[in-house]
Design a protein around this ligand. Structure first.
Ligand code: CP
Length: 309
């Protein structure tokens, strides 16, 4: 069993078998990060480029660590100090990088579709590290891995995703992944932040957060992008926190065993209280699992199989 594509562009269209393959392979790699010597030779001789056109703490560091733990040579390109500032196009930049014989390019870009555009024009594997409002596939994979690790299975779980669903690539990737894996998904947020017709993706829509979290196994909070206030999509941050913020009282409506997730970076006191973030959430477990997931994705895209991991 292997992945069908040379690239990882999104979760949409992936089969449950492919998702399970990545999650199972990541389980093997998670052990590598627990060892004294956190390195295996799986990608020795391969070159991986991190090409980030947007800010990132978790994803960029996680891909870099994942590549290094697999023994790849990893180069980070910060577009603010590259020839992008002189006007070089995305494709020219990527083709020049490929001319230096790299094997894999990891791209974060504010334009939805930028990784797909490159994937059609490059021989290297392209991994989407977040593109516009479209997808953030490795985030959804690490989220699914964490749910499976904490609750045993994705099938039959009920997950409430709360926040700005319309502008969230994390929500979109998770909706595709979780529904494919047999989970029930509720989305919740102010009406201005819920896209029309989203129920066609197989999710339940809620505008009242107290009802949305009732009895759920997982509460997944999204970052409020504060610039949405100036765009007129929410009346005020304080009001948003009152209606759509997660504190302990609201969390008590979820199942007793419920876990709380957030992709980060979080706005403390807005979408999540410090009490919940620091005492109850699995946010740092998500970050830990992100390295294993990215090791698995890079390994499988470079032709590795689960048995070799
Ligand atoms: N979750 C996530 O994508 O975080 P960063 O923006 O820090 O990479």
């Amino acid at each position: 069993m292997s992945l069908r594509s040379k690239d990882l562009l999104g979760i949409q269209g992936m089969t449950a078998d492919e998702i399970n393959l990545i999650l199972d392979t990541a389980l093997t790699f998670k052990d590598v990060s627990e060892r004294d010597i956190k390195k295996v030779p799986a990608l020795r001789g391969k070159t991986v480029i991190n090409l980030f056109y947007e800010a990132s703490t978790r994803t960029r560091t996680s891909f870099e660590l994942a590549g290094k733990r697999l023994s790849a040579d990893v180069i980070n390109i910060s577009t603010s100090t590259s020839s992008v500032v002189k006007g070089e196009t995305l494709l020219d930049t990527a083709q020049n990088i490929e001319a230096m014989k790299c094997h894999m390019i990891i791209v974060r870009h504010s334009c939805s579709g930028a990784p797909e555009y490159l994937s059609k024009r490059l021989k290297s594997s392209v991994i989407n590290a977040g593109d516009g409002f479209h997808e953030h596939p490795t985030q959804a994979l690490l989220d699914m891995f964490t749910i499976r690790e904490k609750l045993g299975s994705l099938k039959g779980c009920t997950i409430a995703i709360v926040g700005d669903i319309a502008h969230s690539r994390v929500a979109r990737s998770n909706i595709h992944g979780l529904t494919t894996m047999g989970a029930r998904v509720r989305v919740c947020g102010p009406p201005t932040m819920i896209p029309q017709g989203i129920e066609h993706l197989g999710v339940e829509v809620h505008y009242d957060m107290d009802k949305a979290v009732e009895g759920v196994d997982v509460v997944m909070m999204l970052r409020l992008q504060l610039e949405r206030q100036t765009a007129g999509l929410l009346p005020g941050v304080r009001e948003y926190a009152r209606f759509y913020g997660l504190d302990q009282t609201r969390l008590n409506r979820a199942a007793k065993h419920a876990i709380v997730m957030h992709p980060g970076p979080m706005n403390r006191g807005v979408e999540i209280s410090s009490e919940v973030a620091d005492n109850t959430s699995v946010i740092l477990d998500q970050v830990t699992n992100g390295v294993a997931i990215r090791m698995a994705v890079m390994f499988l895209l470079s032709g590795g199989s689960k048995a070799e991991a």
